[in-house]
Design a protein around this ligand. Structure first.
Ligand code: GLU
Length: 310
C-alpha cells in the first residue's frame, strides 16, 4: 500500500482535533487531573527511520504504565526466563489495579502489564541495587533506547503517586505475604512510582519503542537490545495484555501490539514497519486513551499495518 505518512498522520490529528467526546482525564493525582484534554500528539517512526509528527508530538507527558514495557525488557535481560516463575503471561480480564485474582493465584500476577505484575518486574530490577540506582538504571535505559538524554522523571508526579498509591501498597504487601516480592514493599514501590513518573513526548516514546519494530535491534547504536525471539514475545504480551481489560477490543479494532498508560499515552508497534506513539489524555471506560485508540485504528486502517493483514 502506498501512503504518504505525513498526510495520514496530519489528517488524523486534524480530524480528531474537532472531536467533542474526548473521554475523562485521570484524576487520582493533581498532575494528571490538570492536563488539558484538548492535547493530542502523534508520532510515527518507520523502520527505515523517517519521522512523521502531528499535533503536540513534542510535548512531554507522564508515560505511566507504558514504562512497564521498558522495565519488562530490562528485567528479562537481567533474570531471563526465570521471570516467568514469578509472573504469568495471560490477559487478566480485570482492571489494571485489581487485587482479586492475586488471592486465587497465590500472589503470582497474571501478566507483567497489570500493576501487580509490573511491581514484581520492578522488584527484580532492585536486586543488588539501592532504589536510587535502580531508578537511574531504568532512566538510563529509556534514554539509551530513545537516544535522547533529555528524557526525565517528573518528581512531582512520583511524589503524588507515592502519596496516593494505596492500592499498589496493598498489592505489593499481598505479594510479599505470598513470598513473591524480594524487597521491602516500600523500596520496590519507590522504584515503581518513579518509573511511572517518566515524562516523554510522543517523538521520544516512538523512538524508544523502535527496537520492538526492528526485531530487537537498536536503531541507532547498533547491536541488539534484545534477541529477536524476545522482541517477538514482548510484542505478543503487548498485544494480549497491553490494554488491561480492553486488550481484546484493542486487538480486534487495531491489531498491533501496544501498551497504554493512564496519562493517555500509547506506544504501538507495527513489527517491521514502524514504532508509533500517541497521546490524548482523556481515557475510556477501561482506562485507555479514548482518542489515542481511535487514532491508532485510523492509522492502521490507512497503512495496512495490522499484524493480521491489511
Ligand atoms: N501509576 C499508575 C498506577 O500504578 C499507573 C497506572 C496506569 O498507567 O495504568 O496506578
Amino acid at each position: 500500500m502506498t501512503t504518504d505518512l505525513d498526510d495520514v498522520v496530519g489528517s488524523i490529528a486534524a480530524e480528531l482535533a474537532t472531536w467533542a467526546e474526548r473521554g475523562e482525564v485521570a484524576t487520582y493525582i493533581p498532575q494528571l487531573a490538570h492536563v488539558d484534554p484538548a492535547r493530542f500528539g502523534l508520532a510515527v517512526i518507520t523502520a527505515a527511520g523517517t519521522t512523521h509528527l502531528a499535533g503536540d508530538a513534542d510535548v512531554a507527558f507522564s508515560i505511566q504504565s507504558v514504562s512497564k514495557v521498558f522495565t519488562l525488557t530490562l528485567a528479562l535481560g537481567k533474570v531471563g526466563d526465570a521471570l516467568w516463575r514469578r509472573v504469568g503471561r495471560e490477559p487478566s480480564g480485570n482492571p489494571f489495579n485489581s487485587i482479586v485474582q492475586l488471592e486465587a493465584e497465590k500472589g503470582i500476577p497474571r501478566n507483567p502489564f497489570i500493576n501487580a505484575g509490573a511491581i514484581v518486574v520492578t522488584d527484580t530490577l532492585l536486586a543488588g541495587h539501592a532504589p536510587k540506582e535502580a531508578i537511574g538504571e531504568i532512566l538510563r535505559f529509556v534514554r539509551h533506547l530513545a537516544d535522547d538524554d533529555e528524557i526525565f522523571i517528573d518528581d512531582a508526579v512520583a511524589r503524588s503517586e507515592t502519596a496516593t498509591g494505596h492500592r499498589n501498597v496493598a498489592l505489593a504487601n499481598y505479594m510479599r505475604a505470598f513470598g513473591n516480592l524480594d524487597h521491602d514493599p516500600a523500596l520496590t514501590l519507590g522504584v515503581y512510582f518513579h518509573q511511572c513518573a517518566i515524562a516523554m513526548s510522543c517523538r521520544q516514546l516512538a523512538a524508544a519503542g523502535r527496537y520492538l519494530a526492528l526485531d530487537g535491534r537498536h536503531p541507532t547504536a547498533g547491536g541488539r537490545v534484545v534477541s529477536s525471539e524476545r522482541a517477538r514475545r514482548i510484542n505478543a504480551l503487548m498485544l494480549t495484555c497491553g490494554h488491561y481489560d480492553g486488550s481484546g477490543d484493542f486487538a480486534f479494532r487495531v491489531g498491533v501490539p501496544a501498551k497504554s498508560g493512564v496519562g493517555g499515552g500509547i506506544l504501538a508497534v507495527a513489527p517491521g514497519k514502524a514504532s508509533i506513539a500517541v497521546w490524548s489524555p482523556g481515557l475510556n471506560r477501561v482506562g485507555n486513551s479514548l482518542l489515542g485508540s481511535i487514532a491508532l485504528e485510523k492509522l492502521v486502517k490507512a497503512t495496512g499495518w495490522s499484524i493480521f493483514g491489511p
